[in-house]
Design a protein around this ligand. Sequence first.
Ligand SMILES: CC(C)(COP(=O)(O)OP(=O)(O)OC[C@H]1O[C@@H](n2cnc3c(N)ncnc32)[C@H](O)[C@@H]1OP(=O)(O)O)[C@@H](O)C(=O)NCCC(=O)NCCS
Length: 269
Amino acid sequence: MSAQQLLPLLDEHIPSAIAIIDQHDEDDAEYAQNTYKRSLDDQYGLFLETQLVGVSGFTIDQNDIAWISWTYLDQNHQGKGLGSFMLDQIIDKIHMAGGRKIFVATSDYQETPGGPLLYAAAMKLYEKHRFVREVFHPDYYDEGEGQIIYGLRLKTGSSIPDTPSNSPIKLIGNGLITETESSWFIEWQNEESGTGNWSVQNLRAVTDDAFSKGATSTFISIPSNKIDFIIADLVAAGYKLEARLADYYADGIDEMRYRKLKNQQPNQT
Ligand SMILES: CC(C)(COP(=O)(O)OP(=O)(O)OC[C@H]1O[C@@H](n2cnc3c(N)ncnc32)[C@H](O)[C@@H]1OP(=O)(O)O)[C@@H](O)C(=O)NCCC(=O)NCCS
């Protein structure tokens, strides 16, 4: 049996890593190239003897939430159990880094309408490793290509939430979600002092501004412990709850993802 090992990715491996990703997805290869140049922290390569045949990695945030990054195998080495080996090792590393929960995003892309899902093997792999499908955003990356997010709980007990439930909200602005063609985010922050600028009018204004710049839909993410204070405004501005990431901010505090589609009329209140 050939020795397979997951080892930290080094600068000298970047060209081979990019070539593997590029076999599957040119855009991801370009994106990965830039990210790898910035940092190789928690990025790994799967080696058969000395040959790099796969990549995977993760980032972990202050809420002990880990996101798995590009996970790709050389096409000549797919379907032999190496994906499972690599994912097991990544889960162990996240566990050792103190991860509370893992998320991984994928898409429902089909090369031909009604044809097979491009990421069927990845979905099967995650489900086999007990990941649960938590989020589906239709037409997220582009028309006809939705986002699916899987979650895996590693441990209970959590970091202290940094999301005071009733602090004033300051709407900051909007921006394109870079991995998408025309899905935009609405940005906000908790105000430590002051009264914030949250209102239905301001939410409508920042949303309409995104639509005028080419957004086809806008997303705003709200911690579940804050939602009671603003739910009426979200609904009045035409937002609908589309999905939630369970225990995202802390145990018992989910990320609630609201979305508004362009040309959708605000609800009457
Ligand atoms: C996803 C990927 C890493 C999985 O690695 P792999 O080594 O091919 O997968 P494994 O051999 O470990 O098999 C995992 C499971 O998927 C199944 N599977 C493999 N190819 C499949 C396919 N084309 N369709 C459906 N299921 C498939 C296997 O049968 C296995 O399940 P089983 O053990 O119950 O039989 C690899 O196929 C890959 O690089 N795919 C392209 C890139 C990609 O999709 N990356 C993820 C982006 S989110």
